[in-house]
Design a protein around this ligand. Structure first.
Ligand code: ARG
Length: 543
């Protein structure tokens, strides 16, 4: 029976299946006073509020979303044995780790909000940075947020109408997804701390859930008992590697499924500009998060195999719910459905937080209209929207809550709104499979380019101060493997790839239009001279 209207277990390339200081660019004089300023002089980077713990919450919060609770079926069905599945999980995890370690070096050396936008601008030229932002802001971030939100809705609805239900009207789960998204957007707009606190809490919940799965799995293995009677003993009677597939293509597809579950390892890089000590904390965050997640994923998978027969695992897209059902009965299924939807809620929260910072950074560079770089509900800079035009509602809100620096609403409100509107669009009209394919191809193209950029930067600027330096093998491994995965996807679905290429190309005229506009304004306001986006500034400061 179909349990879902869409695929619960996203696979990054499904169709290839054989089965620094901030800066206000527009209209702002480039004085020292403004280098830390956002629009209206307010800036997120001026208040370095993020700590090591917050960084962990952001990265783990996004990585542990739906994948580990639903993708194991795709992995196991393709490689054919539990042992090989575990190997795939380790491979996908280590690949993600090499990517993340490379990003840690870049983030330490170029400590600006916006992540790859800043790195690509500095290394490959501003157009590359712009095109990344073009694709990320318009598609990658809202698209993947929509995927996570829809999965969250599905699990939550399922928890209430019963996990056994045949099909759910997609609009019911989409509505739940929309409510969740609006709630998170509001929380993140209200206060930065509210956003990060929620993140930290949900991160612990996820760990508890995965550790819980492991403990329960081991208990079932030891006692040999489960709700429905004698437990699964397959893992005792069959060899762990019995039936392993020898088909490279199947392995690749299995790895793609694993990659979705590990995706999000770049998340902390978008907010590096708000870290108290990015050079020290970013690498620490990444080297804590990645091994922890890999270990948790491998243990959880072992637990699944202890409890569920391979045939069940292969045929379900809701492994965690089946796990709960088998061990504890209907209550277990309900609890696990709730856990997975909470986990997605947390992932959506992490993503909302960082996407808004990417939009904000893009606004500051002039890639997007400057309103998106605004902090809080009103602008204090004359010439932008003045206090006179504030609506009655916003005046009331200000009286009630205040928007003192670093207080309530000291957040990139407009950036959050743009992100929410785009995500809502994808939730409403998006086709799940299409979204995912686009995400896989475009996302990995930019991961590849960024990590390649690390290697180029090592050659171009060997003496650049790098608080953290990874082994040179790390980016090389990541580049080779991701190029291989990408090229496979490209050959398997040339048409889809063309859509991605076309979308990137459309960004080029937009780039010239935005940059021309920005430079004109700069000339008018400060009397000639080049516009100075923050990555250029930062270069002047450090070299
Ligand atoms: N790893 C997450 C999950 O398993 C998905 C992350 C998607 N990536 C992103 N940048 N939003 O649900």
């Amino acid at each position: 029976s179909t349990v879902s209207n869409f695929d619960f277990a996203p696979n990054l390339f499904p169709l290839s299946s054989s089965a620094a200081p901030g800066y206000t660019p527009i209209g702002a004089p480039t004085t020292a006073a403004h280098q830390n300023g956002g629009v209206g002089g307010a800036s997120l980077e001026k208040h370095k509020t993020l700590t090591y713990m917050n960084g962990l919450g952001l990265i783990i919060g996004l990585i542990i979303g739906s994948g580990i609770f639903s993708s194991p079926s795709q992995v196991n069905a393709n490689v054919g044995s539990p042992g090989a599945s575990l190997v795939v999980w380790v491979i996908a995890g280590v690949l993600a780790w090499t990517g993340a370690a490379s990003y840690a070096e870049l983030g330490g050396a170029i400590p600006l909000n916006g992540g790859p936008q800043a790195y690509l601008s500095k290394i490959l030229g501003e157009m590359a940075g712009f095109l990344f932002t073009w694709v990320a802001v318009l598609v990658l971030k809202p698209g993947s947020a929509a995927i996570i939100a829809i999965i969250m809705g599905e699990y939550l609805v399922r928890a209430f109408i019963g996990v056994e239900a045949e099909t759910i009207n997609p609009w019911v789960s989409k509505s739940v997804a929309l409510v969740g998204l609006v709630l998170l957007t509001f929380m993140n707009a209200l206060s930065t701390r509210l956003g990060t606190r929620t993140n930290d809490m949900l991160m612990f919940l996820k760990f508890i859930a995965l550790i819980g799965v492991t403990i329960v799995g081991v208990m079932v293995a030891i006692t040999g008992l489960s709700y429905s009677g004698p437990a699964n003993v397959e893992w005792k009677t069959h060899g762990w590697f019995e039936g392993t597939s020898k088909d490279g293509a199947q392995w690749a597809v299995a790895i793609y499924a694993g990659l979705w579950a590990f995706d999000g390892w770049d998340n902390t890089n978008y907010v590096v500009g708000e870290f108290r000590n990015p050079g020290r904390d970013l690498p620490r965050v990444i080297h804590t998060a990645m091994p922890l997640v890999i270990i948790c994923y491998v243990l959880a998978n072992m637990a699944y195999f202890f409890v569920l027969p391979a045939a069940t695992i292969n045929s379900t897209n809701t492994v965690a719910v089946n796990f709960g059902q088998t061990v504890f009965g209907p209550i277990g299924a309900l609890i696990f459905a709730l856990i997975v939807s909470a986990s997605c809620f947390g992932a959506l929260n992490s993503q909302t937080f960082t996407s808004s910072r990417l939009v904000y950074a893009a606004g500051k560079e002039g890639y997007l209209p400057t309103v998106f770089a605004r902090i809080g509900l009103r602008s204090t800079e004359p010439g932008l929207s003045s206090t006179r035009t504030r609506s009655w509602l916003s005046k009331r809100l200000h009286t009630m809550l205040g928007d003192e620096e670093a207080g309530l609403f000291f957040t990139p409100v407009n950036a959050l709104l743009l992100n929410a509107v785009l995500t809502i669009m994808y939730i409403v009209v998006g086709e799940f499979g299409e979204l995912l394919t686009f995400y896989g191809v475009a996302g990995y193209t930019f991961y590849f380019l960024t990590v390649l950029g690390l290697i180029i930067l090592r050659v171009k600027e060997p003496n650049l101060e790098r608080p953290y330096k990874t082994w040179i093998t790390t980016p090389i491994i990541f580049c080779c493997v991701s190029l291989f995965l990408l090229s496979r996807a490209v050959f398997a679905q040339p048409l889809k790839t063309l859509v991605v290429v076309a979308f990137v190309l459309v960004g080029i005229p937009v780039y010239f239009w935005r940059i021309h506009g920005r430079d004109q304004v700069t000339k008018r306001e400060i009397g000639g001279g080049e516009a100075a986006p923050s990555w250029k500034f930062w270069k002047r400061w450090t070299n």
